[in-house]
Design a protein around this ligand. Sequence first.
Ligand SMILES: [Zn+2]
Ligand SMILES: [Zn+2]
Length: 295
Amino acid sequence: MAGGPASDIGPDPRPFVLLASRHGKERATARPFRQGLGLELVVADQIDTDDFGTFTGERPRPADAATTCRLKAEAALDATGASLGLASEGSFGPHPAIPFLPLAIEWMTFVDRRRDLVISERLEGAPTNFSHSVIAAGADPGSWLERIGFPAHGVIVRPHRSDPHPSDPFPIIRGLQCPQALEQAIRGAAAHSVDGLALLETDMRAHRNPTRMASIRRLAFRLVRRIRTPCPSCGSPGWGLVGREPGLPCDWCGLPTALLRAEIHGCAHCDHRAEVPRRDGLLRADPQHCAPCNP
Ligand SMILES: [Zn+2]
Ligand SMILES: [Zn+2]
């Protein structure tokens, strides 16, 4: 392992980091934390992460995804008295700029109670199969299923429009990966829907969604890299991206455009910040991005 201040995280006899997850995320996070930081991953399965909200919406999330992520890691530490915690959180929705395209954002947060450090990374625009479909019982969902990667990826089924006061409420059925069980669930849900239709959704839980699991793995490596990066001022672990500055000057008129001008890197412990040039080295914006030059 490389030297530097990050290398002495976890002086316990067998240093470990507690992962707050019931959804198999250790499969994606154990290797980066062991290889990059010498930390063994221990799953805190006594924490019901669904207490922090579910993708399917029966329990709304109490806070934004980044905060929820930190709260999950903190809850695992509160419950066990351990000092290093890890949690991840995803959010999925329509893309704000490109209609019909889904946008996935993944967060991962590492909490070190001894050093009073909270270090987070995120992955925006990761590949995702996030989607839904509304179908009648007996209709063929084949093309949608193919698009979302069924049966490797799980499906959730529920009535499209539930009776607000049902005599026998129909449960949300999650994690469907078998065609026969899926067909049965669609029939049941459609029969319990006031419009006779079933709502099919992609199951976004990591253990039912290999595309998401791959994103979590990528993010775990990114977070480990950040934990290993010391602050140039105080030496504390967790130096990395904290903000983006737009305003790359137009190549013709020099006025600031909406394009990224620089990244702001910061410390998880002290107030030190530094401006870092764009990774692609671009110093001037193509005039097509400039309102005065290309109205
Ligand atoms: Zn211009
Ligand atoms: Zn610092």
